[in-house]
Design a protein around this ligand. Structure first.
Ligand code: F6P
Length: 541
């Protein structure tokens, strides 16, 4: 297999063998393991001012982490020794760093300007601006009532049909930017295979005002194609065969399949194999978003991504926000034994951001084999979880404060409200800061009953920004994309494939007949056979 990152001999060494990794190990053991965050603050009065980074509109306060100046120097050395700078250039210049699929990785091109010259020589990169122009024209025509439903009614409802990267990005961004929706347009999504989402929409929406966007990189995904066929049947039942053309648009790399489904050529929007599914919302996968937000607002999300790309590409390693976040992630994961990482946004509009990051981080870095085919010798992707603001406080913060596990935390905190009274956002801010403080300082006054002690010493990052705008959201998403990339480079894994989802898909295919048509179960798993039997009984067969 070709080396993903030319210029470094991946197979020659593991990250754990690097001098900086070993120095970090000694530093952790001798200097940090038994030193509390409170003590670090006592010893270094300027810590709160110094351990802060800016990137675009984002400010990262990482002072409440188990790090000193020495740790940070070692982080930078580790990034250099793992060839992070060369790997960043390899991605931006369009090298085929997704080695198992032999593809370039160019979501960064999708939000670039042509003058940035991001991998322009890679086939089809120059086509992306043409697709954006077609999306812009299409969206304007829908909003202007020039493209309408089969009965002549304007479209009011946009339903994105997709799953994974073809669902989570559009859904997360649509919810986050709810206060930017175009008047009269509403966003819905259908993803799961059980059919209930569409069933609910059928009773809620007027089909004559409903535009379905079938969103699938491959256009073969079981869930998406089942839902798309069910949606088409609903349109045929209610509006007739001829209405299908008017009520469906699609985005995919598979032009033949869009054609077979019956999507009109001018309502098909393509993208390319160098756009990974979970990195695709910047491509035509954002069509449903552009429809509900308006093209200008969608472009502002792309602009935010570009701002973070430039920061990532040009900033020194020690001031590079994605690099620092990645090094911190690795620090807790591989030195402190943390298995999970919580994402806690204090703006309810970001309620799907943790779910979005689950796919981004866990599908990207949930790997145990390196790009040279050998097993890794360190921990890789942490389990990502989280929930928005005070809902999370009233759910699982008990475990953060008094459980036995170390859970590093990222707080996401806008200074201003995303469309409600500022006095309410002030409450959210006070709660966020209080939680970060409580997690660090704990509470253990002499004589306190043990069950009331808060152990404290729990690390957290606080990411602050002025407001949840399209630009800041774009920056946040790209920040985590690049964090994931740097972690993958460090661990020597391919963050851009997802072979681990294949086996389950294949088995599900082979079981459908046994489940729904009483055919013989062909497999040899006794538990599955018994469960199929029990389910049949429950259904009265
Ligand atoms: O879950 C596997 C996966 O391939 C994801 O990587 C992808 O985002 C999702 O399925 C959907 O794929 P598609 O866009 O091809 O329908």
């Amino acid at each position: 297999m070709p080396d993903a990152y030319p210029g470094r001999k991946l197979s020659a060494r593991y990250p754990t063998d690097l001098p900086a990794w070993q120095a970090l190990r000694t530093h952790y053991r001798d200097e940090l393991r038994h030193r509390s965050l409170k003590e670090l603050f006592r010893r270094d009065r300027s810590r709160a001012e110094r351990l802060v980074l800016s990137a675009g509109d984002l400010t990262l306060d990482y002072s409440k982490n188990h790090v000193t100046s020495k740790t940070l120097k070692l982080f930078t050395r580790l990034a250099k020794e793992s060839s992070v700078p060369e790997s960043i250039e390899a991605m931006f210049s369009g090298e085929r760093i997704n080695v198992t699929e032999d593809r370039a990785v160019l979501h960064v091109a999708l939000r670039s300007k042509i003058s940035d010259r991001v991998a322009l020589e890679v086939p089809a990169v120059r086509d992306l601006w043409g697709v954006l122009t077609r999306i812009e024209e299409y969206v304007h025509a829908v909003h202007a009532g020039e493209i309408v439903g089969s009965t002549g009614k304007r479209f009011r409802n946009v339903v994105n049909i997709g799953i994974g990267g073809s669902d989570l990005g559009p859904v997360m961004v649509a919810r986050a930017l709810r206060h930017y929706w175009t008047d009269g347009m509403r966003f819905f999504s259908v993803s799961n295979v059980d059919g209930t989402q569409l069933a609910d929409l059928r009773s809620e929406l007027d089909p004559a005002e409903t535009l379905f966007v079938v969103c699938s990189k491959t256009f073969t995904t079981l869930e998406t194609m089942s839902n798309a066929r069910a949606a088409r049947a609903w349109i045929v039942d209610t509006l007739g065969d001829a209405a299908v053309e008017a009520h469906f648009a699609a985005t995919s790399t598979n032009h033949a399949a869009m054609n077979d489904f019956g999507i009109r050529p001018d309502f098909r929007f393509g993208f390319w194999d160098w756009v990974g599914g979970r990195y695709s919302l910047w491509s035509a996968v954002g069509l449903s978003l552009a429809l509900v937000l308006g093209f200008e607002t969608f472009s502002r999300v792309l602009l935010g991504g570009r701002i973070m790309d430039q920061h990532f590409r040009l900033s020194p390693l020690s001031e590079n926000m994605p690099v620092v976040l990645a090094m911190l992630g690795n620090w807790y994961n591989n030195f402190f034994g943390a298995e999970t990482h919580a994402i806690l946004p204090y703006d309810n509009r970001l309620d799907r951001f943790p779910a979005y990051l689950q796919q981004l981080q866990m599908e990207s870095n949930g790997k145990s084999v390196r790009t040279d085919g050998k097993r890794v010798r360190c921990e890789t992707g942490a389990v990502i979880w989280g929930e928005a603001g005070n809902n999370a406080q009233h759910s699982f913060y008990q475990l953060l404060h008094q459980g036995t596990r170390l859970v590093p935390v990222d707080f996401l905190l806008p200074a201003t409200s995303s469309g409600a009274a500022q006095s309410l956002q002030d409450l959210a801010i006070a709660n966020c800061l209080a939680q970060a403080e409580a997690l660090m300082d704990g509470f253990d006054e002499g004589g306190l009953a043990p069950h009331r002690v808060h152990r404290g010493n729990n690390p957290s990052n606080v990411l602050v920004f002025g407001a949840l705008t399209p630009e800041t959201l774009g920056q946040l998403i790209a920040l985590y994309e690049h964090k994931v990339f740097v972690e993958g480079v460090l661990w020597g894994i391919n963050s851009f494939d997802q072979w681990g989802v294949e086996l389950g898909k294949r088995l599900a295919d082979s079981m459908t007949g046994a489940v729904s048509r009483h055919e013989q179960y062909e497999g040899s798993n006794a538990s599955t056979a018994a469960l199929i039997g029990r389910l049949q009984e429950l259904r009265g067969h």
